[in-house]
Design a protein around this ligand. Structure first.
Ligand code: NAI
Ligand code: UGA
Length: 429
């Protein structure tokens, strides 16, 4: 089929390349000239594992092309997917400006037999409104891929959700995804929109739940990792998303939980579980900064190195990353902040001094704070690094190291190791 994908961010670009790999003839459209020029030169504007070779392969096979010309691309299409951004606006209300523009750009070039699919995460009722406006069946097909494993997730989804009103649309969706083995959940458009928010909020609740329990573990001298292992073994709970730490970031969990709360407020329906998940998450950065303050007495005049700026490993994305709130708080308390991340781009807090490597970042600092679980940090040689620190304080916001390992290290190299929901190791003072 001829497919047009509008909006080439993490989702749109991955979807375009993966649909081409399935054998479709795909044109990716974006309003960002620079992005399209880059793609047409063979560069990939975002870093996502497996994506660059997939794009190169399908461009070479002439199944994938990029343009800013939506009219030309859409007029040939059997299927048009919209994957533009839907960021949070004031009070958590989703900002649909990009979507509105994409839909109006399409109104005068949409072939009568083309299927329009909204893939962006949108408030319940949005796809219905677009269908009414365009007077045709429009599908809502939410995306569940994760950054860092987007290509893998596209080809191995747990399910494909199709919100539509006609058998014709559902049939075309089956053809679009032919080659992918996954249960198809066909439902109405509003329920499909609701599934997306409900799934993200549930995962966010799981993380906040274990973070809440981690805080209690600290007060009661228990170990949250053992607790997570113990509860996760119950298949009704499961092991996934029980990693306590700095809290969730990224462009989706924070904005989608807030969007759900906004929808609740609009309809007079309170959502206390989601509200608590959000509140608990917002307090995670403060909790880590307080640990640093406790270990050092004061943060004023102290130098702190942040290891990891992205909201999770295997991505270059820093949107709503815990590192942003942590660095702002440290700076407010008078600390000097240095940071290293293997991939992060455009960190928004200007006063943070970005170092080219770990060695430079941690030299002469009063504390090291780990915020992203990059493999590089997991395998660091602390025996070599600890003597280069001014104070041997490690605040591990992602529980990267085993406590026995740190206790053993502490017998030869005095240190103060503070992690999340686990007993401290202190052989320093
Ligand atoms: N990032 C993720 O992992 C996931 C995101 N989602 C949802 O997918 C949607 C897209 O997310 P991302 O890919 O992260 O967005 P993004 O912000 O990375 O990219 C959006 C792209 O759309 C382009 N764009 C904006 N207006 C346009 C227009 N009128 N015509 C053509 N292009 C236009 C922008 O230039 C940008 O390249 C959002 O609704 C998000 O909530 C869903 C699942 C996963
Ligand atoms: O709607 C979206 O955008 C996507 O949001 C998440 O994907 P993503 O944000 O890319 O990454 P996750 O792996 O879910 O991690 C999100 C955040 O939660 C944190 N997290 C995750 C798991 C965990 O156990 N503990 C924890 O703190 C991560 O560090 C990260 O900051 C969902 O997992 C995807 O299914 C969804 O499509």
């Amino acid at each position: 089929m001829n497919v047009t994908v509008i909006g080439l961010g993490y989702v749109g670009l991955t979807t375009a390349a993966a649909l081409a790999e399935l054998g479709h003839c795909v044109v990716g459209v974006d309003i960002d000239n620079v992005k399209i020029e880059k793609l047409n030169r063979g560069d990939v504007p975002v870093w996502e594992p497996e994506l660059a070779p997939l794009i190169a392969k399908n461009r070479q096979a002439q199944r994938l092309a990029f343009t800013t010309d939506v009219h030309n691309a859409a007029s040939q299409a059997d299927v048009i997917l919209v994957a533009v951004g839907t960021p949070a606006g004031p009070e958590g209300k989703p900002d649909l400006t990009q979507l509105e523009r994409a839909v109006s750009d399409l109104t005068d070039c949409l072939p009568s037999d083309a299927l329009l699919i909204i893939k962006s995460t949108v408030p319940v009722g949005t796809t219905d409104q677009i269908a009414t406006r365009l007077q045709r069946d429009v599908v809502h097909n939410p995306e569940f891929l994760r950054q860092g494993s987007a290509v893998h997730d596209f080809f191995h989804p747990d399910r494909i959700v199709i919100g539509c009103e006609s058998k014709w649309a559902a049939g075309r969706m089956c053809r679009l995804y032919q080659g992918i083995t996954a249960p198809m959940i066909v439902c109405d458009r509003r329920s499909a929109e609701m599934i997306k928010y409900t799934a993200n909020a549930f995962l966010a609740m799981k993380i906040s739940y274990i973070n809440m329990i981690a805080d209690l573990c600290e007060s009661l001298d228990a170990n949250v990792e053992d607790v997570a292992r113990g509860i996760g073994a119950d298949h009704r709970i499961g092991h996934a998303f029980l990693q306590a730490g700095a809290g969730y970031g990224g462009s989706c969990f924070p904005k989608d939980t807030q969007a759900l709360l906004y929808m609740g407020a609009q309809t007079g329906c309170s959502l206390p579980l989601v509200e608590s998940a959000d509140q608990i998450n917002q307090l995670r950065p403060r909790r880590l900064v307080t640990k640093a303050e406790r270990a050092l007495g004061t943060l004023s005049g102290k130098r702190v190195a942040l290891l990891g700026l992205t909201y999770k490993p295997q991505t270059d994305d820093v949107r709503s990353a815990p590192s942003i709130a942590v660095s702002r708080m440290l700076l407010e308390k008078g600390a000097e902040v240095h940071a290293y991340d293997p991939r992060a781009r455009r960190f928004p807090v200007q006063q943070v001094a970005i170092s080219p490597d770990v060695d430079t970042a941690v030299r002469d600092v009063d504390a090291v704070m780990i915020l992203t679980e990059w493999d590089e940090f997991r395998h660091m040689d602390w025996k070599r690094l600890l003597p280069t620190l001014r104070c041997p304080v490690i605040i591990d916001g992602r529980n990267l190291y085993r406590l026995e390992e740190m206790r053993e290290l502490g017998t030869t190299y005095p240190l103060h190791y503070l992690s999340v929901g686990r007993p401290e190791v202190n052989t320093w003072r």
